[in-house]
Write a protein that binds this ligand. Structure first.
Ligand code: SF4
Length: 86
């Protein structure tokens, strides 16, 4: 018996494999799956993203500090910036 845990393959490992429109749609779909109780209020969400857009860690929609998709992280009320910026 093999005790090695199964890992899902990452299908978005290379930027060259990402279709920007599909990526955006995927992030929006994931955000829409959040319940109203899980979602950051719209004004706070926009404030979080304003901070990210001025942050040197932001690169191609990902946070260089933690590797998250910032729009998805910011959309979850309980999430925090790894550097305490929001
Ligand atoms: S989550 Fe924090 S560290 Fe990452 S890009 Fe946004 S502000 Fe910068």
């Amino acid at each position: 018996m093999n005790d090695t845990p199964m890992r899902k393959p990452c299908r978005l490992c290379l930027l060259r494999d990402i279709n920007p429109a599909e990526y955006e749609a995927r992030v929006k779909r994931l955000i829409n799956l959040l319940s109203p109780a899980e979602k950051t209020p719209a004004d706070a969400y926009e404030a979080r993203l304003r901070v990210c857009t001025t942050c040197s860690y932001l690169k191609d929609a990902f946070c260089g500090a933690c590797g998250c998709m910032v729009e998805l992280r910011a959309a979850k009320k309980t999430e925090k910036c790894p550097y305490g910026k929001w």
